[in-house]
Design a protein around this ligand. Sequence first.
Ligand SMILES: Cc1ncc(COP(=O)(O)O)c(C=O)c1O
Length: 391
Amino acid sequence: MKHNGRFGQFGGFYVPEVLIPALEEMEKAFYKYYKDKKFTAELDVLSHDYAGRPTPLYYATRFSELVGFKVYIKREDLLHGGAHKVNNCLGQGLLAKYMGKTKLIAETGAGQHGLATSMIGALFGMQTKIFMGAIDIERQSVNVHKMRLCGAEVISVKGGTETLKDAINEALRYWTANVADTFYLFGTACGPHPYPTIVKHFQSCIGIEARAQCLEKIGKLPDIVTACVGGGSNAIGIFSAFIDDKNVKLVGVEPAGKGIKTGKHAAPLNAGKVGILHGTKMYLMQNKEGQILDTESISAGLDYPGVGPEHCLLKDTGRAQYVAVEDKDVLDIFDIFTKCEGILPALESSHSLAWVYSQKGKLPADTTVVVNLSGRGDKDVDIVERNRKPL
Ligand SMILES: Cc1ncc(COP(=O)(O)O)c(C=O)c1O
């Protein structure tokens, strides 16, 4: 390995021996191609013509009036597929193609990464299998239909909490047995090295664009950049361009579910302890014996007991702050923001909007905040309806 994928004490690659050659091959290919002229030119064209980059930075006038400071929205929801996931899938999919792989597998929670992988499988003519927890299949059924329409096989994972953690377990198990011709297209900046590094690289376009757009539109850098944190890919994607700008505050928002004190949440940076799962060392929701705790969040895409290793380091060094918001506030902001702006935010992205709303009356009027709107909420309309407070 070129380096061991450590972020302070976090990260690494704690995997069965049979996967080490595949991860080494992937790392080698990544460093061979990520700056290669042909590879980057092909990726640039696809990002532009297929995915729809660059995405706009939108000044949310009415929402800004409501909260009393200036809110800019990075519109990843406008991308093909409806979320930031396509950035990483195009990058890793192209890498798989350059490596001569013919089969893709992926895990998915909200179905956005599964959908993006299925789109890329169709685009490159690769056989695609998506592992998804049975509960997530039910709560994100629209995306399941779309994946199947793209030609992917969606495998329902039963057992455990039947959510993202279990889907990753099953995908890793499958990969271990089929490693020779299969590329595991991992969906977030977590998992064993080199995934946190690769995923960050392919998502860093969000931050690079947002930083330049701030300078162009506002004439200065923002005071705060915020994003929701599941495994951490959209957040590290936007944070990465601002990490050296010490005056820009970085705020990651985790799902507090039914409340941190109830234990029914998925907020490892707020309430977890250091442990190892899915090949990486990170903050993790676990009991005293190290058993993984069940997680709970209204948003399938954030319903995961761990978090990417670089976020763990950013928390420990104090460079980023990680807060958590509850489901009820997420549902409220879904309505509030949609009525203000006519934009349906994904329940995942609604977490960062809910935190921004919680700052109403607390920040000076000239404060500028950039929110990464990681995805659109069309997939969540049924969940919002079902959980709506009775009138
Ligand atoms: C729209 C959206 N935002 C955010 C996430 C969370 O993932 P990550 O933390 O990797 O950005 C997901 C995951 O499915 C998602 O679909």
